[in-house]
Write a protein that binds this ligand. Structure first.
Ligand SMILES: Cc1ncc(COP(=O)(O)O)c(C=O)c1O
Length: 438
């Protein structure tokens, strides 16, 4: 419960905004993403529990932007990191671990022959785009416009509302198609015949693919000489240990992973077919592709952590657990929706391993104010939930406690629908990250 108030957080927030643009280093963690009555800073976490600067304890969801899938300070992972740290982190030749992890990773990803590791998801989606351009000799990139994020680099940021600073020439090279709408992709390809290097999408995000959709995208790309890239940053290690590509049985040419593979440590991967990946190597006669070469790319403790994370996933059916706990939570939230008469006003969406919620106002229109109110009421009851994305550390007891908090938050939601939200919301509503002006 947030019974200790937020006074320490409040005063540190002022300093944070004075010395850090936005007051934090990740937009999704920013003050504009949370209610005013929310913890400003977290000081420690264990499992799915966190403690804020004022000493309040919370159950957390979507930990580390969906990266911390096993749990905060998960002991086998921390031990693996520590064991490696005392052996050294970064040498002048590759570490043996680089090969060990490559081997272990490629055992999981059926259609991939080679892999390269980096630190952030953005590094690897950008590398995939560059490799596709080099391989095809084409400049244009087709991305799924219904999916929110692929990279911090200009080729993607140029396609957002918040694209100040990206040159128009770069903006013009990224085109958008719609998910589950094959004609929208066909039309793009027709309009830019022979110019599209790659099609990039998450095989699945909020909604499942329509029957045959991914297969048709696969076939179209093959026919048109376009490189198909699946972004598995969220789906990887969550839908299936072999990614959404395994779950749906469709193999892309390249795929990118990050987040869950390091349980919060910085590591990402570009995996794919040899004929493409080898262009980043030193044994071919084509123009060389600068494919992921960074000072910290193979930081040894992150590699050791990824190896250990894969071991834990394999030995414990972590993915099965995520699906089961998500299903349990979804059932309880849906019951609360019924009991509080919130049908059409509150919705739980997505696969059980990756649940989010949608909030609608009295007129059933999407509402940031009601999102804020719901989060505010959960925080009051000891739950931080920008989503309902569970981890391997969310026990039955945590899910039950969450469900109780959801029921009470829904009760207030109903009152706010009936009596006006102004009476219940303390402060301004949250705003989407992707907006042009403040
Ligand atoms: C689907 C997807 N792709 C790529 C990225 C970028 O990853 P990173 O933030 O590690 O650079 C994200 C980040 O949220 C993501 O959700």
């Amino acid at each position: 419960m947030a019974s200790k108030g937020f006074s320490r957080s409040r005063s540190l927030q002022q300093k944070a905004h004075r010395i850090i643009p936005g007051g934090s280093h990740t937009y999704a963690k920013g003050d504009d993403q949370f209610p005013e009555q929310a913890p400003g800073f977290i000081v420690r976490g264990k499992g799915c529990h966190v403690w804020d600067l004022d000493g309040n304890e919370f159950i957390e969801y979507g930990m580390g932007l969906r990266a911390v899938t096993l749990g905060h300070a998960f002991e086998p992972v921390v031990e693996a990191a520590h064991k490696q740290m005392i052996l050294g982190l970064n040498f002048s030749r590759p570490a043996k671990l680089e090969v060990d992890l490559a081997e272990s990773f490629l055992e999981l990803i059926d259609g991939a022959d080679m892999v390269k590791f980096a630190k952030n998801g953005s590094d690897v989606t950008t590398a995939a785009v560059k490799l596709a351009r080099a391989f095809t000799g084409r400049d244009l990139v087709a991305i799924c416009g219904d999916q929110p994020f692929f990279s911090t680099d200009d080729w993607f940021i140029g396609s957002m509302e918040m694209n100040a600073g990206v040159p128009k020439a770069i903006i013009d090279m990224t085109l958008k198609f719609r998910y589950n709408d094959l004609p929208s992709l066909e039309e793009l390809i027709r309009k830019h015949q022979g110019q599209i290097a790659c099609v990039l999408l998450e095989a699945e995000a909020m909604f499942p693919p329509a029957a045959g959709y991914l297969e048709a995208v696969r076939k179209l790309c093959k026919e048109q000489g376009i490189v198909l890239i699946f972004d598995e940053m969220i789906t990887g290690f969550r839908w299936h240990l072999g990614g959404a590509q395994k779950f749906h049985g469709v193999t892309p040419d390249l795929s990118t992973f990050g987040k869950a593979m390091g349980n919060g440590f910085a590591i990402s991967a570009l995996a794919g077919k040899r004929e493409l990946m080898r262009l980043g190597g030193i044994d071919h006669d084509q123009p060389r592709v600068f494919l992921l070469s960074t000072t910290h790319g193979a930081e040894n403790h992150a590699l050791a952590v990824a190896l250990e994370t894969i071991r834990v996933y394999r030995e414990n059916d972590v993915v099965g657990y995520l699906w089961r706990q998500g299903e349990r939570l979804k059932g309880l939230v849906n019951r609360s929706i019924l009991e509080n008469r919130l049908n059409g006003h509150f919705e739980i969406l997505g696969r059980p391993c990756n649940l989010v919620f949608a909030t609608h106002d009295r007129n059933r229109q999407p509402s940031q104010a009601f999102r804020t109110l719901f989060m505010q009421e959960l925080i009051r009851r000891g739950v931080i939930a920008p989503s309902f994305v569970v981890s391997y550390s969310h026990s039955d007891a945590d899910i039950d406690r969450t469900a109780e908090a959801v029921f009470e938050a829904h009760r207030v939601y109903r009152l706010a629908l009936d009596e006006g939200i102004e009476k219940y919301l303390a402060g301004r509503p949250v705003k989407p990250v992707n907006r042009r002006f403040n």
